[in-house]
Each structure stands twice: as C-alpha cells, then as structure tokens.
Design a binder for this molecule. Structure first.
Ligand code: AP5
Ligand code: MG
Length: 215
C-alpha cells in the first residue's frame, strides 16, 4: 500500500508517520528528513538543497523527485511506503503517479491532516526533534520524559533552524500557494481522505487508521 500524508508544516505528518509506519508495516519515507540528513552530512545534494530548506522554500522539483524515487527503489519499498512531505507540488504528484505506474503500482490513499494556522504556528515554534531518529516532540503538548533527550533512542533533541518564526511563516505561505492545490488534485482522483488534526495525537492516529480501513 502506498499512502501519502498531506498537511501543512506542523500538521503532525512526522508525528503520525512514526506510529503509523509501525502499525501499517510500511517504511516511512520523509523527504524533509532525507534533506536534513544530506545537510548534516554536507553531501552535494545537501549543498544544493540548503538555501531552500533554510529559507523555508521548496527545493526544486527535479532534485526532490530524483531523491525520493531513489528511496522508493530500495527493496523495502517494493510493496508500499508511507510518504511524508512528498509530493508537495502538482508536478511532483504527477511524477509520483507516473513512476508508480511504470512499476505497475498506484497510490492507494492520501490522508490530508487539517489543522488551523494559529495552531500550526504554536506547534512549530515549540517543537524539538531528535537528532538521531527524527522523532518530534513539543515542549508543551508532547514533551520527552527527560528534557532534551529522545524517549525512543536516547538521542539529543534540537530545534530545527527552519522553525524560526519568520521562516515558519514563509513555509506556511509556500504550503498554501504550492501544496494546497494537491487537496483538489487528489479529491478529483477519488483517493483523498481528510482527518481533523486538531485532536490529540492518539485520536488522530485512530482516525487515520479508520480512514485507511486499518483500525
Ligand atoms: P519537512 O521536514 O517536510 O517540513 P514540513 O512539511 O514543513 O513539515 P514539518 O516537519 O514542519 O511538520 P509535520 O507535519 O511533520 O509536524 P510534526 O509531526 O513535526 O520539510 C522541510 C523542508 O524540506 C521544506 O521546507 C523544503 O525546503 C524541503 N522539502 C521537503 N520536502 C519537499 C518536497 N517534496 N519538495 C520540495 N521541498 C521539500 O509536528 C509538529 C509539532 O506539533 C511537534 O512539536 C509535535 O509534537 C506537535 N504535534 C503533532 N501532532 C500534534 C497534535 N495532534 N496535537 C498537539 N501537538 C501536536
Ligand atoms: Mg515533519
């Protein structure tokens, strides 16, 4: 099963994907996590992506699609994947459709996690991420047991450089201009389901599983 988690920055895609990938036995493919790993290792791709990621803009479609397709060609993605943060433009959505079609596959479901903008701002500015396993926390709504330490792997928690208030606003603007049209795109394809992302983390997980018929 190929599933896309769609939602604005801070909607909870990464938070939900961590749980859902285990429950659904699907590899979690997060374009933002792959970019951040490339930035941290200062690879050629990381150098190309850095100015876009750090300023809250989208990395060009050709670079992003090549990177994600490379990941989807790994053996663990042969039967499915849980995509988080990709596709993010209509052009990327078309690329995903045609790459899957080449393999005789189709995208099964797109889950749109809807959250009001005021909550997104609060969530992103209070977020902490594990440097090792990328698990997201929130200083108020989802704190780790020990401050600064990941509950899952013991890694160090840090704040993303693109979670500065001015960059967060840029990312939200980019979402509404370039990614929100995908809601209509997937609605027309008949594979969009919407969940209320304002609920608590576990309630959202339950609603996503129900929407996927996997509750
Ligand atoms: P990416 O890493 O994908 O960032 P994003 O889409 O901005 O999304 P976030 O990771 O900020 O939010 P999330 O929905 O995962 O929320 P989270 O679960 O952490 O992309 C980063 C950059 O990479 C982009 O700006 C771009 O430059 C580049 N990029 C990536 N993909 C690309 C693409 N396809 N094309 C081009 N460029 C691309 O939760 C947020 C906070 O809320 C956490 O603190 C969490 O604890 C809390 N929280 C979560 N759920 C709840 C809840 N239900 N109630 C209360 N709090 C909650
Ligand atoms: Mg994320």
């Amino acid at each position: 099963m190929f599933v896309v988690l769609l939602g604005a920055p801070g909607a909870g895609k990464g938070t939900q994907a961590k749980v859902l990938s285990e429950r659904l036995h699907l590899p979690h493919v997060a374009s933002g996590d792959i970019f951040r790993a490339n930035l941290a290792n200062d690879t050629r791709l990381g150098q190309q992506a850095r100015p876009y990621v750090e300023s809250g803009q989208l990395v060009p479609d050709d670079l992003t699609t090549a990177m994600v397709m490379d990941r989807l060609e790994q053996p663990d993605c042969a039967a499915g994947a849980l995509l988080d943060g990709y596709p993010r433009t209509v052009e990327q959505a078309r690329s995903l459709d045609s790459e899957l079609a080449k393999r005789g596959l189709t995208l099964d479901r797109v889950v749109y996690i809807r959250v009001p903008t005021v909550d997104l701002l609060r969530r992103l500015t209070g977020r902490w991420i594990c440097r090792q396993c990328q698990t997201p926390y929130h200083e108020v709504t989802a704190p780790p047991t020990v401050r600064g330490v990941c509950d899952v792997c013991g890694g160090e928690l840090y704040q993303r450089t693109d979670d500065k208030p001015e960059t967060v606003q840029k990312r939200l603007d980019v979402f509404f201009a370039q990614t929100a049209p995908l809601i209509d795109y997937y609605q027309k394809a008949g594979i969009l389901v919407e969940v209320d992302g304002q609920k608590g983390i576990e309630d959202v997980t339950r609603d996503v599983l129900a929407a996927l018929g996997a509750a």
